[in-house]
Design a protein around this ligand. Structure first.
Ligand code: AMP
Length: 391
C-alpha cells in the first residue's frame, strides 16, 4: 500500500549568466537552456526553425511596435519548455483569441531554490519547436475562430538578457530587482517554496513588459500562480488580460506536468492518487456537502485507502511513500484559507489544491529506479459556485 506522510519543506539560492543577442532560426539548443559554461558562448547553426527565435529584446520590440501600428491582437504564453499538451492547450487558446501569438521558453533561475531541479529541468528544444509547429498547422487547417492567426515568434532569452544588471539570485536575502505579491505569494506553494512566487512575479513582470501582449495565458494547473498573476496585473495596472485555461490531464486523471517524466513507471501509477483524491472531494461538494473539514477529509481518505492506488493489473501500486505537503480549501479570488470549522459559500465556490512529495521507490528494480529523486506534484480542482444556494 502506498504510504502517506505529512511534511513541510524549505529552500535557498542559485545562478549564472549568459550573453549574446540574436534573432535566429537556429535548431540548436539555445545556450540559456543549458546550465553549463557553454551558456556563455553560444554558436548557432543555420538550419531553419519554424518560427523566428528571439534571443534579445530590441528585435522583438520592433516587431511588436509594428503590430501595434497594424492593430494586431497579441497573445502570449510563458513557458519553461519541455512542452506537453497542457502548454499546447494554452497556445491553442491564444491562437483562437488573437491574430498573433508569442511563446517564451525560459527556465527562470530565480524561482528555483538551491536544492531544487534547475540544473536538471527537462530541456527538449527541438521537440518543443516541432510541437508548436504542429499546433499552428492544426490551427491553420481548422475552421475555428481566427484560423489565420500565427505563432510569430519564440522568445528564448539568455539569463543575462532577463537579468541584465545583477546575477539572478534565488536567495531570499539576495540582491536584485524583485516583484513580491504578499501575502498571496507566501501561502500554500509559497510556504513550501519561499522564493518561488517572487521569482514567478519578477520574471512575468519582465516578460509582460517585453511582450506587451493583449492577452496572457496561464494554466489552471498552477492555480495559485494564476491568482497571483491576476493580482499583479491589477495592482500594477499592467495593460493585459489574464486568461486561465483548464488543466490538461492524462487519461487516468494525472495533471500533465513537465516533471512527470521524473516519476518512472511505478511511481507514475501511484501518483494518480493525487487527482483521485481531489476528484473525490469535488464529488462530495457537488453532492451538497459544504463543510470544509468534510471536503478536505474526503481527499485525505483517498490517500489513506491504499486500494484506490490500484494498477491496471489489479495489484496495489505502493511503490513508494507519498508525503502530503498540504490539502487546502481556499477562497477563489484571494486563495485565503477556508478553515475546517467553516463552510464553503456555494455562491462563491472554492479551490481545493494539494501538493505531494513522491519519494523514491522503496525497493528499486532498475538503474533508473536507483537514481530516482523526490518529485513534488501539485494539482487542484475548482468547486464551482452554485446558483441560488446559501450556506
Ligand atoms: P511551466 O512551463 O511549467 O512554467 O508552465 C507554463 C504554463 O503552462 C503555466 O501557465 C502552467 O500553468 C501551464 N501548464 C502547465 N501544465 C499544465 C496543464 N497540465 N494544463 C494546463 N496548463 C498547464
Amino acid at each position: 500500500m502506498t504510504r502517506v506522510a505529512l511534511r513541510a519543506f524549505s529552500l535557498c539560492a542559485l545562478t549564472r549568466l549568459g550573453t549574446r543577442q540574436i534573432v535566429s532560426h537556429s535548431r540548436r539548443l539555445p545556450t540559456h537552456l543549458t546550465t553549463s559554461a557553454s551558456r556563455w558562448t553560444s554558436t548557432v547553426s543555420e538550419a531553419q526553425t519554424p518560427f523566428p527565435i528571439f534571443r534579445d529584446v530590441p528585435p522583438l520590440r520592433e516587431m511588436r511596435k509594428k503590430m501595434f501600428r497594424e492593430g494586431k491582437e497579441v497573445g502570449f504564453v510563458a513557458t519553461m519548455g519541455a512542452l506537453h499538451d497542457g502548454h499546447l492547450s494554452l497556445v491553442r487558446h491564444a491562437l483562437q483569441e488573437n491574430t498573433d501569438v508569442f511563446v517564451s521558453i525560459f527556465v527562470n533561475p530565480t524561482q528555483f531554490a538551491a536544492h531544487e531541479d534547475l540544473d536538471s529541468y527537462p530541456k527538449t528544444w527541438e521537440d518543443d519547436l516541432r510541437k508548436l509547429k504542429q499546433v499552428q498547422d492544426e490551427h491553420a487547417a481548422s475552421s475555428g475562430p481566427n484560423s489565420g492567426s500565427k505563432i510569430r515568434g519564440v522568445f528564448a532569452p539568455t539569463v543575462k538578457v532577463m537579468y541584465p544588471t545583477l546575477p539572478p539570485s534565488s536567495d531570499i536575502a539576495g540582491s536584485g530587482s524583485f516583484v513580491t505579491i504578499t501575502p498571496l505569494g507566501n501561502q500554500l506553494e509559497g510556504s513550501s517554496r519561499p522564493i518561488f512566487f517572487r521569482g514567478v512575479a519578477t520574471v512575468c513582470t519582465k516578460l509582460f513588459n517585453i511582450m506587451q501582449a493583449d492577452r496572457v495565458y496561464f494554466g489552471q494547473k498552477d492555480i495559485q500562480q494564476c491568482v497571483l498573476i491576476k493580482r499583479m496585473v491589477k495592482d500594477f495596472h499592467i495593460p493585459t488580460e489574464v486568461r486561465v485555461i483548464p488543466t490538461s490531464r492524462e487519461p487516468d486523471g494525472l495533471a500533465m506536468s513537465s516533471r512527470n517524466v521524473y516519476l518512472g513507471e511505478r511511481r507514475r501509477q501511484d501518483a494518480v492518487v493525487l487527482s483521485r483524491a481531489l476528484f473525490a472531494a469535488r464529488d462530495l461538494y457537488n453532492s451538497g456537502e459544504l463543510r470544509g473539514k468534510m471536503i478536505r477529509n474526503a481527499a485525505y481518505d483517498v490517500f489513506n485507502q491504499g486500494s484506490l492506488v490500484k494498477r491496471k493489473d489489479g495489484q496495489l501500486g505502493g511503490s513508494c511513500q507519498l508525503e502530503i505537503d498540504y490539502i487546502a480549501l481556499s477562497e477563489p479570488d484571494s486563495m485565503g484559507m477556508i478553515p475546517d470549522f467553516a463552510k464553503v459559500d456555494p455562491r462563491r465556490g472554492a479551490i481545493l489544491s494539494a501538493a505531494v512529495y513522491v519519494q523514491p521507490v522503496d525497493e528499486p528494480r532498475s538503474e533508473e529506479e536507483v537514481g530516482q529523486r523526490v518529485v513534488r506534484l501539485i494539482d487542484n480542482v475548482i468547486l464551482e459556485p452554485r446558483e441560488g444556494e446559501t450556506k
